[in-house]
Design a protein around this ligand. Structure first.
Ligand code: NDP
Length: 293
């Protein structure tokens, strides 16, 4: 049976280290790192995410600034708010919760955030920096995944990694990070031929597809490490719902060497990495030493 990679515990440990760094920053400079989160509309899932982000921000000792805007807010008004936050020296990270209502151009909004406050790492400048391997802000979910991989496997050099999914927020940045770790990287997607065969050659499988339990036991090479990014909500008995990943956990855990569960795997790492990015950007923006955690 595979080792279970406990993302919940890993994230709790990371938040503890961040809290300690935040305390040092405050003590040495008098500056409190601040994260501004902007939510447009009332999407229930987004509201839960924003609430959790705010709570965890405060728990590590940082300032949480929340802006909740009406669903009909014009794009110009949102851009004006971002401009204000860009110029506010008490704000070191800005996150606009996605998805945005359809009348708003998501790309324009993301790229209006100053790239040094873009703690989601989605701004074109940060995308470019990651792609050429220079210092920038790395998107939270891939960052959390690579931290867990490094912790579990140590040196990733020379390993075959297959990333299933090529989105801009998960698949592509994940592939860039694995390449930086000297893995041999394959990016698979909906047009990939013989996906089971491609996956079966991987020492590391990253599943970021959004299809419940798609990746099966016999796709996994014995001993491989499986990181399941997928979050899919399925109907369960009694009108309830349950969360599953993109990997058939029960089957895959019989052959994999290590695997992340859903829930409790990659998910908790995403917010912890958001706090990590905000803490580091606070230091960069204020000319302080940047703690590596
Ligand atoms: P997207 O829908 O943006 O991308 C899905 C990718 O999967 C696409 O590249 C698509 O290929 C590929 N794909 C779809 N169907 C297949 C198939 N049958 N075979 C092979 N590839 C396929 O999703 P995201 O990247 O945003 O998210 C992926 C998953 O991760 C979702 O479940 C999401 O909820 C979850 N997620 C979890 C986070 C966390 O904090 N843990 C954060 C972000 C996302 P193509 O490009 O060809 O269409």
């Amino acid at each position: 049976m595979a080792d279970i990679i406990d993302g919940k515990a890993f994230a709790a440990g990371l938040r503890e280290k961040i809290a300690s760094q935040v305390a040092t920053i405050k003590q040495q400079s008098g500056i409190t790192p601040g994260l501004a989160v902007v939510l447009v509309g009332e999407d229930p899932a987004s509201q839960v995410y924003v609430r959790n982000k705010g709570k965890q921000t405060v728990e590590v000792g940082m300032n949480s600034i929340e802006h909740k805007l009406d669903v009909s807010t014009p794009q110009d008004e949102l851009l004006q708010l971002i401009d204000k936050l860009n110029n506010d020296s008490s704000v070191h990270g800005i996150l606009v919760q996605l998805p945005l209502p359809s009348h708003i151009d998501e790309e324009a909004v993301i790229n209006s955030i100053h790239f040094d406050k873009d703690v989601d790492g989605f701004h074109l400048t940060n995308v470019g920096r990651l792609s050429i391997g220079s210092e920038g802000i790395v998107p939270c979910t891939p960052l959390g995944s690579i931290m867990m991989l490094r912790d579990k496997l140590g040196d990733l050099s020379g390993l075959n990694a297959v990333v299933v999914g090529r989105s801009n927020i998960v698949g592509k940045p994940m592939a860039s990070l694995l390449l930086q770790e000297n893995c041999t990287v394959t990016i698979a997607h909906s047009r990939t031929k013989d996906l089971p065969q491609v996956c079966s050659e991987a020492d590391i499988v990253i599943a970021a597809v959004g299809r419940p339990e798609m990746i099966k036991q016999d796709w996994i090479k014995p001993g491989a490490t499986v990181i399941d990014v997928g979050i899919n909500r399925l109907e369960a008995e009694g009108g309830k719902t349950r969360l599953v990943g993109d990997v058939d956990f029960e089957g895959a855990s019989k052959v994999a060497g290590a695997i992340t569960p859903v829930p409790g795997g990659v998910g908790p790492m995403t917010i912890a990495c958001l706090l990590h990015n905000t803490m580091q950007q606070c230091c960069r923006l204020n000319g302080l030493d940047v703690p590596q955690v």
